[in-house]
Ligand binder design. Structure first.
Ligand SMILES: NC(=O)c1ccc[n+]([C@@H]2O[C@H](COP(=O)([O-])OP(=O)(O)OC[C@H]3O[C@@H](n4cnc5c(N)ncnc54)[C@H](OP(=O)(O)O)[C@@H]3O)[C@@H](O)[C@H]2O)c1
Length: 336
């Protein structure tokens, strides 16, 4: 093995949409594990919308990446070197902290060991990982879906959204998708969504939502912005609004997010709106993963992935996710 660790570091904070020139690939020696640590070789890198927040100067729930630092990211890798008794070279593991680099030095404590016979390993970054868990906890804990209710989902063909719709169907709800292309709508219908709306071509989006939703009982918001405003105009009595993501604002986080206000509508409908963060739920991951896996094995959960090859393409893949170019969970295949 050549002693080279390719790393993608942040060169400068992007203005608006991230560009390849905001990042730089450098080469460093492969690190050595300390006591209780392993060094992993990256196979699959997850590209997620939250990454845009980490390279913004705006304050958030987690520490940002400073210029010169390796870009953050979750991944699936193979243990290359180990100084922990539970991990041997060749073991497959998933971690939130692999970063945009070929080799990561990680404490063994934060790793999830994967069984290569159980499922394709990259599912640990999607359906059976952070996005699937987000759909599961946010919909079931905050949404409390009941049979016959209508669940409206934005970014419905994406890593989180496609799981939300399918769990809503498992729970006996009517699921309605909002997505940005007709291909994406077709995929949502194939997943079992009862209706799908192209928010870019619908014209009066509030009217289009009204045509498909008797009332919105649960709005699973992945995007914020104008789509959020249209969904809020159709909430019913007792509606639950799940604020999972506001991707519409990610390229302008430094600016105030002021749009229409919905306070009277929330009051009249006695609605609830709650923000969600997946890291608050880590203690319950094993139980949720078992249920997601049992639904997958029973054929109740399908999952679409969008795979790009090559670590060097990670910056472009991030821009794709932020502009709707991805179709399904965005992954980078770094090594076989
Ligand atoms: N709170 C948490 O713990 C947590 C955890 C995971 C993810 N999230 C959030 O959940 C959301 C979805 O994440 P994901 O990983 O599943 O991403 P994703 O849906 O796979 O990809 C993002 C999608 O968002 C849509 N989009 C982009 N810009 C938009 C805009 N301005 N208005 C409307 N839609 C836009 C695009 O789909 P269209 O073509 O359909 O527009 C794009 O494909 C993100 O906001 C993310 O930050 C939150």
């Amino acid at each position: 093995m050549r002693n080279i660790n390719r790393q993608i570091v942040l060169k400068q904070r992007p203005q608006g949409m991230p560009q390849a020139s905001d990042f730089e690939m450098i080469e460093q020696p492969i690190p050595e594990p300390g006591e209780g640590e392993v060094v992993t070789k990256l196979m699959w890198l997850s590209i997620d919308p939250y990454m845009r927040g980490r390279i913004s100067a705006a304050k958030s729930y987690a520490r940002g990446v400073e210029p010169g630092e390796v870009m953050v990211g979750g991944g699936v890798g193979q243990v290359a070197r180990s100084r922990h008794p539970n991990y041997r070279p060749g073991d497959l593991v998933e971690s939130f902290s692999m970063g945009w680099q070929d080799y990561a030095k990680l404490p063994a404590m934060g790793l999830r060991k994967l069984d290569p016979a159980a499922h394709p390993p990259e599912l640990a970054l999607g359906l059976l990982g952070m996005p699937g868990l987000t759909a599961y906890f946010a919909l079931l804990d905050i949404g409390q879906p009941k049979p016959g209710e209508t669940v409206l989902v934005s970014a419905a063909s994406g890593a989180v959204g496609q799981v939300v719709g399918q769990i809503a169907k498992i729970k006996g709800c009517r699921a309605v998708a909002l997505a940005g292309s007709d291909d994406k709508l077709a995929w949502c219908r194939e997943l079992g969504f009862d209706a799908a709306i192209n928010y870019k071509t619908a014209g009066d989006l509030s009217a289009a939502i009204a045509a498909e939703c008797p009332q919105v009982d649960i709005y699973f918001d992945n995007v914020g912005g104008a789509v959020h405003d249209a969904a809020m105009s159709r909430i019913g009595v007792g509606a639950r609004i799940i604020i999972c993501g506001v991707i519409d604002t990610y390229n302008r986080m430094e600016q105030p997010d002021i749009g229409p206000r919905h306070l009277r509508r929330m009051l009249v409908n006695r609605a609830t709106m709650k923000g969600f963060l997946i890291t608050d739920h880590i203690a319950r991951f094993p139980q949720a993963l078992a249920e997601l896996e049992s639904w997958r094995r029973a054929g109740k959960l399908k999952y679409r992935q969008d795979v790009t090859d090559g670590l060097e393409n990670a910056p472009a893949a991030l821009a794709r996710v932020l502009s709707g170019g991805n179709f399904g969970k965005q992954l980078i295949r770094v090594a076989e």
